[in-house]
Design a protein around this ligand. Structure first.
Ligand code: PGA
Length: 250
């Protein structure tokens, strides 16, 4: 059976606290009857006010990154406990921009994931291949490696709190989306790997989101596919009207 779609906005390094609160107030009033789960991954500085503004609404607030340590001498970093304390309920881990610009490895992402599960903040694990890897026929190998390494030491119990986002790097912020069929094929492949790792029932229950230039004009066809349980939206989540239309009209 199709799961209730999950629509996650990833704001990246955008919006001040005031802009965040304004956005949430406008959005919340418009989506009271929507049939989707709505998450917003806001900048660290906006979490506390975003949480307050989203109380008694459908919007769940989360963060875009965290460190694997619980505290200590890690200048500029933030822990799961701090995110929870500020009001975040989920965290995006392993986004391709973190891998690309900040050198995050699968091993580091695995450590963060384990910490997130231990400390009770729900992770959304991002994986995805580059254009070069896809064109060289390496896509499946790359995705399988990213998944198995990031999910090392994750138990069948823990996997229930983890969501996966498939984000082909060539589709992020480029305006090039994978077609719904292309994305579905990959999602099906991801589910078979999850099945090998965690069993059929658990694999069927795991949310697998698609991300990469999701917009008003393609969200519907993506969410119709059997193995696409939701979407991770970057650019199109920054404008309240476009994000609202996506949530209302998928
Ligand atoms: P995009 O970003 O929707 O702007 O392509 C998606 C993401 O990076 O999560």
């Amino acid at each position: 059976m199709k799961k209730k779609p999950l629509i996650v906005g990833n704001w990246k390094m955008n919006k001040t606290v005031d802009e965040t609160v304004d956005f949430i107030k406008k959005l919340a009033g418009e989506i009271t009857n929507c049939n989707a789960e709505v998450y917003l991954a806001v900048p660290f500085t906006s979490i506390t006010e975003a949480k307050k503004a989203s109380e008694k609404t459908k919007i769940i607030i989360g963060a875009q990154n965290m460190n694997d340590a619980s505290k200590g001498a890690f200048t500029g970093e933030i822990s799961a406990v701090m995110l929870l304390d500020a009001g975040a309920e989920f965290v995006i881990l392993g986004h391709s921009e973190r891998r690309m610009f900040f050198g995050e490895t699968d091993d580091f992402i695995n450590k963060k994931l384990i910490r997130a599960v231990q400390d009770d903040i729900a992770p959304i694990l991002c994986i995805g291949e580059s254009l070069e890897q896809r064109e060289n026929g390496k896509m499946k190998e790359v995705l399988k490696n990213q998944l198995t390494q990031a999910l090392k030491k994750v138990s069948k119990e823990d996997i229930k709190d983890i969501k996966i986002a498939y984000e082909p790097i060539w589709a992020i912020g480029t305006g090039k989306t994978a077609t719904a069929k292309q994305a579905e094929e990959v999602h099906k492949f991801i589910r078979t790997i999850l099945q090998d790792l965690f069993g059929k029932k658990n694999a069927a229950d795991i949310y697998i989101l698609y991300g990469g230039s999701v917009k008003e004009n393609n969200i519907k066809s993506l969410l119709k596919e059997k193995n696409i349980d939701g979407v991770l939206v970057g650019k199109a989540s920054l404008e309240v009207d476009s994000f609202e239309n996506m949530i209302k009209n998928f």
